[in-house]
Design a binder for this molecule. Structure first.
Ligand code: SF4
Length: 389
């Protein structure tokens, strides 16, 4: 059972690939094939809630798709639209703590102002450049027979290749002069000169699918963030990277063949940011101290509840944590969320908490919190706290 009472599915002992390959997940496959399958095949499994930055990304895309006309466009309006879409994203897809904070303190307690500023800046700039929303509005009006038959240029463009067994949605494909530009927006993620290789792999795959329809021509990949735009022409090296990764996926994850989850799990430091940690048995064994565990997030903890104390509507949970009986506390858990869930001796598994301790007590973090009473936006909005028998 979980704090928000959400329905949880158990972990999957064996998984199969049934869908075409997703360009946005190619980088994940290179880290862990099990995570690739979790992300592309099993949205029903238990996973951690998206962080505010990820929800802001959804809000950004929504405003880009449906944003105001050129006549209405102003920075203030864009900011309000993003805030509003972010609030909707929190209420529909946010975690229990983000929804609780939004209801109690308002949306600004979840959305860092600096992130809102960056998203507003990029959105305004893109909407000013072109009326991107026109393509989506045309689809909504039914001007196109189906989204998959749209012309090869536009925003939120659906791409599919039988030949490469790929499908996905590109943020923007446009032609400038004789050059095709394949664009992906990354809020705050692109620093000048240092693109994330996973994003480049994703863009290269989109470009290769687009070229199947357009024929040979020059293609430039672009990663646009509020701070910088990175651009590079699609070349033989980038194409080779995509083809090699596709080949590996087809070999490691042949379609419609069940494969043991444990055989696919590739634990490493990337586990610390894997939102499917609660469904991964390899990770769980590490968290319970049953296998060597240098891949664990220091902000996850499992153990038995020693005591709970409540004050001013918040509860502190004291835990004897596995594997070595260390004393750990989780503070500022809204008491209203704990009703009827905790009892002495209950076993707790918590993921993605936050802590003011930077180094821990020498070897481990001992003081975690859920809600940050001083700086609300620094609360553990992705956290999960569950209870086991
Ligand atoms: S927790 Fe680690 S091993 Fe498990 S699916 Fe995620 S990345 Fe793979």
């Amino acid at each position: 059972m979980t704090l928000d009472g959400s329905k949880r599915s158990g972990s999957a002992a064996a998984l199969q690939r049934t869908r075409p390959i997703r360009p946005s997940k190619l980088g994940l496959f290179n880290l862990c094939a099990l995570r690739y399958l979790f992300e592309t095949e099993r949205p029903d499994l238990e996973r951690l809630s998206p962080a505010p930055a990820a929800l802001l990304g959804s809000a950004f895309h929504k405003v880009i798709e449906t944003g105001p006309t050129q006549n209405e466009l102003s920075g203030k309006l864009v900011r309000e639209l993003i805030r509003d879409e972010f609030r909707k994203a929190v209420l529909s897809n946010g975690g229990w703590l983000a929804r609780w904070a939004c209801a109690r303190e308002g949306i600004d307690s979840v959305l860092p102002r600096s992130l809102l500023d960056q998203a507003t800046q990029l959105t305004y700039h893109e909407l000013k450049l072109r009326p991107i929303a026109a393509g989506r509005a045309a689809i909504a009006r039914g001007d196109f027979p189906s989204e998959k038959q749209m012309n090869p240029f536009g925003s939120e463009l659906w791409l599919h290749s039988d030949k490469m067994d790929i499908e996905g949605r590109a943020d923007l494909i446009e032609q400038r002069g004789s050059v095709v530009h394949v664009v992906d927006y990354k809020l705050g993620a692109t620093r000048a000169g240092e693109p994330n290789p996973d994003y480049v792999l994703q863009l290269s795959a989109y470009a290769m699918v687009a070229l199947e329809r357009l024929g040979p021509r020059k293609v430039v990949l672009e990663l646009r963030s509020p701070r910088a735009t990175w651009a590079k022409e699609l070349d033989d090296g980038l194409r080779a990277n995509v083809l090699q990764t596709l080949q590996q996926i087809q070999t490691v994850l042949p379609k419609h063949e069940y494969i043991s989850s444990e055989a696919l799990a590739t634990p490493g430091t990337h586990c610390m940011t894997c939102s499917y940690r609660p469904s991964c048995t390899t990770y769980a064994r590490g968290l319970l101290g049953r296998t060597p565990s240098d891949f664990l997030s220091p902000y996850d903890v499992a153990g038995s509840t020693e005591s709970t104390t409540s004050c001013d509507g918040f509860t502190t949970i004291r835990i004897r944590a596995e594997p070595d009986d260390r004393a750990v506390s989780i503070t500022a858990v809204p008491s209203a969320m704990l009703d009827a869930l905790l009892g002495a001796g209950s076993n707790v598994v918590a993921y993605s908490l936050k802590s003011p301790e930077t180094m821990g007590r020498g070897r481990y973090v001992a003081n975690f919190h859920a809600w940050n009473r001083i700086t609300a936006v620094d609360s553990a909005y992705s956290c999960s706290i569950g209870f086991r028998q």
